[in-house]
Design a protein around this ligand. Structure first.
Ligand code: PMP
Length: 366
């Protein structure tokens, strides 16, 4: 198969619609983004040469951070090498032995690792279960330092955290709230994330997001009050002890953010396509769980059923991934479709007809 995150791939001489990446806006191959990245590589080279705090800084880095802070309406923002490093960094900087961190059971692995490395007490609540969270907060009422962290959009289920209830609980219990917007940034809230879409941005203390998904690039941001960002800048080990991103990556991210700001309705259009597809899948008898976003899981149950469905869809020109345990719980093997804003209606119709044929094929085996 041809490499890459482009919407169209070639496999065995056949064109495939690529719904297996997190390149949700198709920006990784956008001409203006690619031009900006290649120009920066030609002018400034392929590497930054050192960590940010030594000599790896550049004016473009600082410009990107100011742009992110202005986009998100925060006092400050810090760009960190990857989403993984960003979660390790802010957790390491803000949490310690005396902190209790409340975390959704399905949060991303980088959050789990970040909490463990910080040596904080890790208290996990059942996925999106607010009654369970409220009970756990009550149990830890006397703890002084409390942080709650959640993905805003969950990457394997495509559902959203119940942010309103989370904000209320955090306010009631005096808990610092951090949101990982990796799969919402660029899409929800005119590209700003789910917190903005719900009018709750000011209630979130730490906005984390990645440039590796909808932005089509690489790296991540932590946006927050200036004092919080300063702590991450000074104490975040994934920031301090790691080489800064190459100029081409920063320039590409900057160009991608420009596009996102210029096209604030792209995300909404994408979410509309996802809704249309979920309705068709439902009518065909497929289960899409709690998906409310561009990420649509199609639950197949057994591993071999998910692999069969993936291979069948390939023959119809649609490439999706088959996600199996341990990435998802046992017995919940699934197809994972990530729809993209660079799809046109014809592409959506292709997906619908491929699933219609898959449903017939499955029925003929029953
Ligand atoms: N947070 C979430 C919710 C993610 O899904 C991911 C990546 N899959 C990350 C963080 C890590 O981001 P990166 O790939 O940029 O390291």
């Amino acid at each position: 198969m041809e490499d890459g995150a482009d919407l169209r791939l070639r496999f065995d001489g056949k064109e495939l619609l690529n719904l297996a990446t997190n390149n949700y806006l198709g920006l990784s191959t956008h001409p203006a983004v690619c031009d900006a990245a290649s120009r920066a590589a030609r002018e400034q080279g392929t590497g930054s040469g050192a960590s940010r705090i030594v000599t790896g800084n550049s004016s473009l880095y600082e410009k990107l951070e100011r742009e992110i802070a202005s986009f998100l309406g925060t006092e400050s923002a810090l760009v960190i090498g990857s989403g993984y490093a960003a979660n390790l960094s802010w957790l390491g900087a803000l949490a310690g032995r005396n902190t209790v961190v409340f975390s959704d059971r399905l949060n991303h692995a980088s959050i789990v690792d970040g909490i463990q490395l910080s040596r904080a007490k890790h208290v996990r609540y059942r996925h999106c279960d607010m009654k369970h969270l409220a009970d756990l907060l009550e149990k830890h009422r006397d703890v002084e330092q409390k942080i709650l962290v959640t993905d805003s959009v969950f990457s394997m289920d495509g559902d959203c955290a119940p942010l309103r209830e989370i904000v209320d609980l955090c306010e009631e219990h005096g808990v610092l709230l951090a949101l990982d917007e990796a799969h919402a940034s660029g899409i929800w809230g005119e590209g700003r994330g789910l917190a903005h879409a719900l009018g709750l941005a000011d209630a979130v203390d730490i906005h984390m997001g990645t440039m590796s998904k909808a932005w089509g690039g690489y790296g991540a941001y932590v946006a927050a009050r200036a004092d919080i960002v300063a702590l991450v800048r000074n104490r975040g080990r994934g920031f301090v002890f790691s080489t800064s991103l190459p100029p081409s990556v920063i320039a590409g991210n900057f160009a991608a953010l420009f596009r996102i700001r210029q096209n604030p309705n792209e995300g909404q259009r994408l979410l509309g396509m996802a809704q249309e597809l979920r309705e068709v899948l439902g009518k065909l008898g497929f289960e899409t769980g709690g998906s409310e976003t561009q990420i649509i899981p199609v639950l197949m149950g057994r591993n071999e059923d998910a692999l069969f469905a993936r291979d069948f869809l390939l023959t119809k020109g649609v490439f999706v991934s088959a996600i199996r345990p341990p990435t998802v719980p046992a017995g919940t093997a699934r197809l994972r479709l990530s729809l993209r804003a660079d799809m046109v209606q014809e592409d959506l119709e292709l997906v619908k007809s491929a699933f219609t044929e898959l449903a017939k094929e499955i029925q003929s085996h029953e």
